[in-house]
Design a binder for this molecule. Sequence first.
Ligand SMILES: [Zn+2]
Length: 94
Amino acid sequence: MPGGRFRVDLTKATYAEDDSPVVEGCGCAACSSHTRAYLHYLARNKDLTGTRLLTLHNLSYMERLVAGARGAIESGRFAGYSNAVLGGAVPWAA
Ligand SMILES: [Zn+2]
């Protein structure tokens, strides 16, 4: 899903019954213990637990993205890493 991977609006009705994590393979507290449907429910009800969980996910994702970029730069393969991530690969698989 190029172009759409970086933004998932969990308030949309399409996530109301989605039993998958925010990002498959992400080990953060939100993705390892909660479904998109639950986070959709929290977001729709403006529950601060949802905000907290999604913040944990975003920080975890960004940390892994930057760590992957750092490793790719050190090993001289940043162009490939960048292309993979921009093409839709998750940072820990790029
Ligand atoms: Zn996550």
